[in-house]
Design a protein around this ligand. Structure first.
Ligand SMILES: O=C(O)CCC(=O)C(=O)O
Ligand SMILES: [Fe+2]
Length: 338
């Protein structure tokens, strides 16, 4: 089968010596991938190779630990921290284990936090428990150092990718303003090998089909057999066969709303049937919580003016999406917040 997900060489866009035509060719390739597939491989992304491999290696090392040790990093609210794979199965999300990290979601860094009083002007300390419950649970100093260095690289890279897409779309001020200090999530995810599960697969998938909630997601996945799959407009599933050293990037629902569907958010899922564990590290890049969840003014045509979407703060929208996708965790978050 022909390769469905295009490979885009981002090198010329990052190279100060490249000329305008070379940069424009990268922008056009990104634009076409976002319009047609919503998934692309980003090659020559500039993240040092050793770090790119280390973040997954550190995930494997953590998941190799005994269950009792990993469970120490569970949180009461269950949104951040560790979740073992039987727990995620019961939630109907598929068979995987994960240790999840999110930016502080409060008025300190991200505009208005979900569920915060509209007139709040008091900055909440970034270390305080926020609307999502406890703060991040770092297993150890080495894990944290590698993860934060990797996250920093992906954040800087995502700014370059987003500015290329802004050029392609011809969008300006509000887009740049909202994406200036993005909210982020990083989920170090382990998909158990058949050896570990005895061939049982929870609900038939390792990560149930979904669209991502936010702007863009950048996934670093183990080399190995096909596991991640994307659905095309005809409802046909395609494997996102790993391309060594390349990131997988996909469009989320907010970006689709902002662009009035010019960049649709594709359905995707993970079905992992290999003997060994697969680790993947998606990083979600979302706008500030006071960004508007509605069409970008530059892209709204007369047709799009019909209110298909309720234009509301991104933080509120994200809260609802999380509550719907992670019903058990959101109960914990509500409890924590109350
Ligand atoms: O693990 C992957 O490759 C993708 C996971 C995913 O789609 C997600 O966490 O939103
Ligand atoms: Fe996803």
């Amino acid at each position: 089968m022909a390769l469905f997900v295009p490979i885009i060489d981002f090198g010329p866009y990052l190279d100060p010596a490249a000329d305008e035509a070379q940069r424009r060719a990268v922008i056009d390739a990104l634009d076409s991938a976002c319009r047609n597939v919503g998934f692309f491989f980003l090659a020559n992304h500039g993240i040092p190779q050793a770090l790119f491999d280390q973040i997954r290696a550190i995930g494997h090392r953590f998941f190799d630990k005994p269950a009792e040790e990993k469970l120490k990093y569970t949180t009461d609210s269950g949104f951040r921290g560790y979740k073992r794979f039987s727990a995620t199965t019961t939630n109907g999300q598929g068979l995987h284990e994960v240790i999840a990290f999110y930016a502080s979601a409060n008025s300190y860094t991200n505009g208005r936090a979900p569920a915060a009083a509209k007139d709040t002007s008091v900055p909440i300390s970034p270390d305080a428990p926020d609307v999502f419950g406890e703060q991040n649970m770092w297993p150890d100093g080495e894990f944290r150092a590698v993860a934060e260095e990797y996250l920093g690289c992906v954040q800087r890279l995502s700014q370059r990718v987003l500015s290329a897409l802004a050029t392609a779309l011809g969008v300006g001020d509000s887009f740049h303003d909202w994406m200036d200090d993005p909210f982020w999530g990083m989920r170090v995810t382990g998909y158990p090998g058949i050896a570990e599960t005895g061939g049982k697969v929870g609900d038939g998938v390792n990560f149930k089909e979904h669209t991502d909630f936010g702007c863009i997601t950048l996934i670093n996945q183990d080399d190995g057999p096909d596991s991640l799959q994307v659905c095309d407009k005809q409802g046909q599933w395609h494997s996102v066969t790993p391309v060594p050293n390349a990131l997988v990037v996909n469009i989320g629902d907010l970006f689709s709303i902002w662009t009035c569907g010019r960049y649709p958010a594709p359905l995707h899922r993970v079905v992992h049937r290999a003997a060994h564990r697969r680790v993947s590290v998606p990083i979600f890049i979302d706008p500030r919580f006071d960004a508007v969840t509605g069409p970008l003014p530059e892209l709204q045509s007369a047709d799009d003016a019909a209110p298909k979407y309720e234009a509301r703060p991104y933080g509120d929208y994200l809260w609802d999406r999380i509550s719907e996708f992670y019903p058990q965790q959101s109960e914990g978050m509500q409890r924590h917040h109350a």
